[in-house]
Design a protein around this ligand. Structure first.
Ligand code: KG4
Ligand code: ZN
Length: 406
């Protein structure tokens, strides 16, 4: 089965085509093509993602990214018409597309300029992120996917972005061509997913495929958000996660004995809710504590690096503690970690060690699939298509910035 997947929930316009087979028993994937257009450079100027800019960029980028992906997949064929004869667009389909893209006139114009000039590609499903994320950005991708689905008569599959992050761990980049998922990439239930991204920090219990129960989540900031905010306080650019991590690594790699002895204990960062007796998280107190310390301390580069390291260590400790609790309470067999923050090397290392000690099956995504991407939307789309072979009626589906896993 071939899936065209589209992701526009935040600041990446991503499209992938993948082939999947094997069902729930033995899912296998092959990547045919994928392209991602990141807006990070644009948003960096503002210190965060601006929804209106994200929307404008998705509108501009969707058609070029699609064209490139179809071309890479070798399924791009232009319709040949005799000279002087215009392309014949099915009137009814054109009207339907006009209705779907009523609120996106620019996207409608580029859609009608390009899509009718190419042949319908050999694709079985169109999967797209429905939420959560920035609503203006989500709407663009969602409506674009609806229009394609109607124009090409291809079943439509809406996908929860967080389900994409969960199932991103199934991907094995080393076996890029057709491959069988190895033992280490098999989910054994009950499974627990720790989702850590810019908008989410959740512990999600899975008793089976596509069944989710959120058993813990942040009561305030998401962990990625905390990284971004702390970075901003230190004058570092957006996104802050990689910046903090790079800074922290300086003190891990170098001998900074002066700082270690002088400041290590002094920082004494709080670990909010660590003993709360449940699986919930809180990161805003940690962030605020750093804000005060920044005001109190002379923030030279070395002190900054030390603070970044202690922040990172504290985050690791909180994540481990809450995950351990959830695992013990639910007799978990597989631990999945997904979301942009699992790009963090210290967090990866800490969980690898943890899983070894607990003899847990740990699944973390390839680096390429930690951040937002369309491949994970295609993977989730595959399982949703298995459940819904005819696809989903486009009419009832609205972009939902707060869509929850269930
Ligand atoms: O999943 P994602 O790409 O987008 C959302 O769905 O939110 O996650 C983005 C988040 C940002 O907050 C970013 O700072 C964080 O992931 N992040 C990191 C690292 N790389 C990205 N946080 C910590 N360490 C990293 N190396
Ligand atoms: Zn994400």
């Amino acid at each position: 089965m071939k899936i065209l997947a589209i992701e526009t929930s935040c600041d990446e316009t991503a499209i992938a085509i993948l082939e999947a087979e094997g069902g729930f028993e033995n899912p296998q994937f092959k990547l045919i093509a994928d392209n991602l257009n990141s807006q990070i450079e644009l948003h960096r100027e503002y210190g965060g993602v601006y929804p209106t800019i994200a929307k404008r960029e998705h509108t501009k980028n969707l058609i070029p990214v699609l064209e490139k992906t179809l071309k890479d997949a070798q399924v791009l064929r232009y319709i040949v018409v005799p000279e002087g004869v215009g392309i014949n667009i099915d009137k009814k389909k054109k009207e339907e597309v006009e209705k779907i893209l009523e609120r996106e006139p620019e996207l409608l114009a580029t859609f009608l300029d390009f899509i009718p000039t190419i042949e319908k590609p050999d694709i079985d499903y169109i999967a797209v992120t429905q939420g959560p994320g920035l609503e203006p950005a989500l709407w663009i991708g969602l409506n674009f996917a609806k229009a394609l689905s109607v124009f090409w008569d291809i079943p439509f599959i809406p996908v929860n972005h967080m389900e994409g992050h969960v199932l991103s761990v199934l991907w094995d980049e080393k076996k890029d061509s057709r491959f069988k998922i190895q033992d280490s990439r098999k989910i054994r239930f009950p499974a627990l997913a720790l989702l850590i991204s810019g908008g989410h920090t959740q512990l999600v219990l899975m008793q089976d495929w596509l069944q989710y129960e959120i058993i813990g989540e942040t009561q305030d900031d998401a962990v990625g958000e905390a990284f971004d905010k702390v970075a901003r306080m230190m004058g570092l650019p957006y996104p802050g996660g990689p910046e903090i991590s790079a800074l922290a690594n300086k003190t891990r790699n170098l001998d900074v004995g002066r700082l270690n002895s002088e400041f290590e204990k002094k920082f004494n960062l709080p670990k909010p809710m660590i003993h709360s007796g449940n699986c919930h998280f809180s990161f805003s107190g940690l962030k605020t504590s750093i804000l005060y310390k920044i005001k109190d301390l002379d923030l030279d580069d070395e002190v900054k690096a030390q603070m970044a390291r202690e922040f990172e260590d504290t985050v690791v400790e909180i994540l481990l503690k809450k995950t351990e609790r959830a695992i013990e309470e639910n007799e978990v067999k597989t631990l999945i970690i997904g979301g942009g923050v699992i790009a963090n090397k210290e967090i990866r290392k800490a969980f690898q060690k943890f899983a070894e000690e607990k003899e847990l099956n740990l699944l973390i995504p390839e680096m390429k699939l930690t951040g937002d991407n369309a491949i994970m939307i295609g993977i989730a789309g595959y399982f949703r298509a298995l459940k819904n072979p005819k696809g989903v009626d486009i009419d009832g589906i609205r972009a939902d910035g707060n869509l929850r896993l269930k």
